[in-house]
Design a protein around this ligand. Structure first.
Ligand SMILES: *[C@@H]1O[C@H](CO)[C@@H](O)[C@H](O)[C@H]1NC(C)=O
Ligand SMILES: *[C@@H]1O[C@H](CO)[C@@H](O)[C@H](O)[C@H]1NC(C)=O
Ligand SMILES: *[C@@H]1O[C@H](CO)[C@@H](O)[C@H](O)[C@H]1NC(C)=O
Ligand SMILES: *[C@@H]1O[C@H](CO)[C@@H](O)[C@H](O)[C@H]1NC(C)=O
Ligand SMILES: *[C@@H]1O[C@H](CO)[C@@H](O)[C@H](O)[C@H]1NC(C)=O
Ligand SMILES: *[C@@H]1O[C@H](CO)[C@@H](O)[C@H](O)[C@H]1NC(C)=O
Ligand SMILES: *[C@@H]1O[C@H](CO)[C@@H](O)[C@H](O)[C@H]1NC(C)=O
Ligand SMILES: *[C@@H]1O[C@H](CO)[C@@H](O)[C@H](O)[C@H]1NC(C)=O
Ligand SMILES: CC(=O)N[C@H]1CO[C@H](CO)[C@@H](O)[C@@H]1O
Length: 410
């Protein structure tokens, strides 16, 4: 009884110390259940009526959304004439039997096609990274409410990654989405409701991508230029709609199957084997001319933990682990071109493994990585602008703060 009482007191104390109105406050919470308690964020509350219902598949653009209509109308007539396939839940049993074996739509779900015919005019999907012996590091399905332990770990290792965010999660957990930008990660789109994209109408598919881009812009100030189809389910119609929205399609060649544990007979041992195989393939020379992308998730405690558990071995095996944009030398990863990433050479030259001592102060060795402040300092501007929040201060943001110091209560 006494311990219960003390426990309750401790919780109360912890709760009152928590600031759930800013990115830095939210990022400081360490108790997963507190992290996952819903909160309201004014810019999202104010904009919600102009977005689709959270977690509901988008079937249409709101008639009053003239900006969205203008964008959709401009591409409408040239969208490839390909019919929607199967169901939103991925049941293609009524469709596949009639689908030509030649795979005319370059439908990934059918035979993992990632290279549309030249006649389609579409770019190949990105399924591996061009830099040899390099892992293009990315995670799907975030922002997860309980991701602080995982993001803290990445920060401690000075490791940045590509985060494929679900629009509905961004609206639910906007401060967690801001953390990705503050930490220097790359954000790509992972659709609004995480359904099988080839099942959507043209307007619905457009909306799944468009409103996720808008949600990310609303809360972080930046607009992504990349996306990953949930379940890899993409064909030339969906690729075209994405490309017209300025989104490059990113897939993978290796699947950790972390997201499947407990279903389809997939076990944690299977996932570990998939990591081990990838690692063995590095010394086997499989990536000597081209690097790898493996499908991994920010989905839940298990997927984040298994990513952390395997990070040291991945870091030993691969020469470099970098966000996908970095492996592509894509130094302006967003529509807002004033936000820049380091190119590959700069990223690896300046990559250190220093430990962040505390918010706003870092060990000297990490100072070298302040180049990532090239991105970080500008992301400060972006977040500050859209949300008016005070930021936690990783080393990379130190430069930007000189400018913002006057405006923020640090
Ligand atoms: C647009 O329409 C939606 C759905 O009817 C509504 O919730 C929203 O308030 C409207 N937005 C504006 C700016 O009128
Ligand atoms: C898109 O094109 C189709 C015909 O291909 C037409 O029926 C539809 O109204 C168009 N939608 C918009 C929003 O322009
Ligand atoms: C890659 O890993 C798989 C699974 O362990 C193995 O069968 C294959 O031989 C490996 N290839 C190379 C080149 O290492
Ligand atoms: C986020 O992760 C937590 C912890 O595993 C899990 O309970 C929750 O369902 C996840 N949230 C979403 C939206 O997937
Ligand atoms: C998983 O959950 C445990 C218990 O809540 C927590 O201590 C741990 O930090 C979590 N791991 C991750 C990666 O979130
Ligand atoms: C960074 O340091 C941590 C802790 O010492 C270690 O586990 C990890 O392997 C290191 N990573 C790299 C890329 O050197
Ligand atoms: C990235 O740029 C460097 C020069 O800074 C070049 O050596 C490398 O080949 C480029 N890689 C890619 C994938 O473009
Ligand atoms: C970048 O440009 C956008 C406008 O596109 C502006 O709102 C933002 O403040 C700029 N950020 C910085 C850091 O200059
Ligand atoms: C190789 C490379 O690009 N190194 C960069 C590391 O960071 C310093 C400091 O910002 C830059 O001046 C270097 O160009």
């Amino acid at each position: 009884m006494l311990s219960l009482l003390l426990g309750a007191l401790a919780l109360t104390g912890a709760a009152s110390a928590q600031d759930r109105t800013t990115e830095s406050g939210e990022a400081a919470i360490t108790d997963p259940s507190t992290e996952c308690t819903a909160y309201a964020y004014a810019p999202v509350t104010a904009a919600k009526a102009n977005f689709p219902e959270i977690w509901t598949p988008v079937t249409a653009i709101y008639p009053n959304d003239t900006a969205a209509y203008a964008k959709f109308t401009a591409m409408n007539a040239s969208i490839p004439d390909i019919s929607p396939k199967g169901t939103m839940a991925g049941d293609f049993s009524n469709f596949t039997p009639t689908y030509p074996a030649t795979d005319p739509d370059c439908w990934w779900t059918y035979h993992q096609c990632t290279t549309p015919s030249a006649a389609s005019g579409l770019s190949p999907d990105v399924a591996s990274v061009p830099e040899p012996r390099t892992l293009g590091y990315g995670f799907d399905d975030g922002p997860n409410c309980s991701h602080n332990a995982f993001y803290d770990y990445l920060t401690e290792n000075e490791q940045k990654a590509t985060m494929f965010y679900i629009g509905s999660n961004v609206m639910d957990w906007p401060l967690e989405a801001q953390r990705a930008v503050a930490d220097g990660h790359q954000i790509c789109v992972h659709t609004w409701s995480h359904r099988y994209m080839t099942s959507f109408s043209n307007e619905g598919a457009f909306g799944e991508l468009y409103y996720t881009m808008q949600a990310i812009k609303l809360v972080t100030g930046v607009t992504p230029t990349c996306w990953r189809p949930p379940f890899g389910d993409v064909d030339n119609r969906i690729r075209y709609i994405a490309s017209q929205l300025g989104l490059e399609t990113i897939l993978w060649k290796y699947d950790s199957n972390d997201w499947k544990v407990g279903t389809d007979g997939i076990t944690a041992q299977d996932v570990q084997q998939n990591y081990d195989n990838l690692i063995a393939n590095v010394s086997g020379g499989l990536f000597d001319t081209q690097g790898a992308i493996m499908l991994t998730h920010e989905l839940n405690n298990y997927t984040m933990q298994v990513a952390m558990d395997n990070y040291p071995a991945l870091a030993r095996a691969f020469d470099h682990i970098v966000p996908i944009a970095v492996a592509q030398n894509k130094t302006t990863p967003y529509v807002e071109t004033n936000y820049t990433f380091q190119n590959f050479a700069s990223y690896i030259a300046n990559h250190t493994n220093a430990t962040v001592v505390s918010d706003g102060s870092v060990s000297a060795s990490a100072g070298a990585s302040a180049v990532s402040g090239g991105s970080g300092s500008q992301s400060t501007g972006a977040i500050g602008k859209s949300a008016g929040v005070a930021l936690r201060v990783p080393a990379s943001l130190a430069l930007g703060l000189v400018v913002l110091g006057a405006a923020l209560c640090l």
